[in-house]
Design a protein around this ligand. Structure first.
Ligand code: KIV
Ligand code: ZN
Length: 388
């Protein structure tokens, strides 16, 4: 049996689906900065924006296309010739451009333009063929795929492939699916769509039920080879699949999910902080991988375990995501071992009796304060040494 791991392509849509999140608008300069960081981190495809949406979006996508060094630069377009032409005008400057065009295929979405199944099929053929005449790299998405009748989904995907699509994205637009169903859908599409073997299948999950990461990984296990995601899970409503979560899950659990990505994970923390800052969306403290507490420990049992062997309570090394070290937070749950270690870092080597005394003072202080900072400990040591 081969031990070679399959490569999964990381498609980042922080600058398109992420920025669509109400209140997350970024300036032109901020978009260029984030695109540069994504490129440096090894993201394979950057969805840089929706060029028809505004002059600003068009300019940002064009400039990102010009500046990108390694990543494929993708723009979004609805199923309309005008959208696709505008998108191509913006992405064509990239070394590797991609046009991503989509239409809502579920009954609810078909009702909006009021198209019959046949009329929509015709529109897909016409728009994907047009895009393919402009660019070799075409992604097509049946929006709301997870609520589209399976037979119709197969039919539309077959049309898109015949018209020249090279990647088929299967969006869970409203975060409705669950892991087993996500896997089953991808497996059945790959098995039943004629021509499926000639294209890459992608998974694009929203997090309305908190299952975006699980659904994306299940899709990969079933054969998808592109994950669409955003930094910090930024995105409309409850957001998109978080890039840092899928990448680290594949890295940490490569034993059961034998897939690799091209992401330099030590850059994750920095880009997470920059996206939080420019979007104005703070990262929740207990957010997986990049939250302030993701590598922090306060309880005495955990701190003691960590000081003896970090693997006791950590499944990844903080350095792997770009942190310098685990954070032992000093508070009322901390024990003597952590206090001794923290004081030693601050330059105090205490004997057992002295530690006993300082520990009592520390607990009194910790009962009054949520967190005891280094400055508090230094003050406490000054106080302890000046007492008779
Ligand atoms: O969620 C979605 O369906 C989308 C499409 C435009 C791919 O973002
Ligand atoms: Zn989306």
């Amino acid at each position: 049996m081969s031990t070679e791991k399959d490569r999964v392509v990381i498609f980042d849509t922080t600058l398109r689906d992420g920025e669509q999140s109400p209140g997350a608008t970024m300036t032109h300069a901020e978009k260029l900065e984030i695109a540069g960081l994504l490129d440096e981190m090894g993201v394979d495809i950057i969805e840089a924006g929706f060029p028809i949406a505004s002059e600003g979006d068009f300019n940002a996508v064009s400039e990102i296309a010009r500046q990108s060094k390694n990543a494929v630069i993708c723009g979004l377009a609805r199923a309309s010739i005008g959208d696709i032409d505008r998108c191509w005008e913006a992405v064509k400057h990239a070394k590797q451009p991609r046009i991503h065009t989509f239409i809502g295929t579920s009954p609810l979405h078909r009702a909006i333009p009021n198209l019959t199944q046949d009329e929509m099929a015709e529109r897909i053929h016409e728009t994907v063929s047009h895009a393919r005449n402009l660019c070799d790299n075409i992604q097509w998405s049946p929006m709301d795929a997870t609520r589209t009748e399976f037979d119709y989904l197969v039919r539309t995907i077959e049309i898109a492939i015949k018209a020249g699509a090279t990647t088929i994205n299967v969006p869970d637009t409203v975060g409705y699916t669950a892991p087993r169903e996500s896997a089953e859908l991808i497996r059945r599409l790959i098995a039943e769509v004629p021509g499926a073997g000639d294209v890459v299948f992608a998974t694009h999950c929203h997090n309305d039920l908190g299952m975006a990461t699980a659904n994306s990984l299940a899709a990969v296990e079933a054969g998808a080879r592109q994950i669409e995601c955003t930094i910090n899970g930024l995105g409309e409503r409850a957001g998109n699949t978080a890039l840092e979560e899928v990448v680290m899950a594949l890295r940490v659990r490569g034993d059961i999910m034998p897939f690799t990505t091209g992401i330099e994970t030590t850059k994750l923390m920095h880009i997470s902080r920059r996206v939080a800052s420019v979007s104005g969306f703070a990262v929740q403290h207990n957010k997986a991988i990049v939250g302030k507490n993701a590598f922090a420990h306060e309880s005495g049992i955990h701190q003691d375990g960590m000081l003896k062997n970090a693997e006791t309570f950590e499944i990844m090394r903080p350095e792997d995501v770009g942190l310098t070290e685990t954070n032992l937070v000093m508070g009322k749950h901390s024990g003597r071992a952590a206090l001794r270690s923290k004081l030693s870092d601050l330059g105090y080597e205490l004997g057992d009796n002295q530690l006993k005394d300082v520990f009592v003072r520390f607990k009194e202080l910790a009962d009054r304060k949520k967190e005891v900072f280094d400055d508090d400990l230094l003050a406490l040591m000054r106080e302890a040494s000046s007492d008779p």
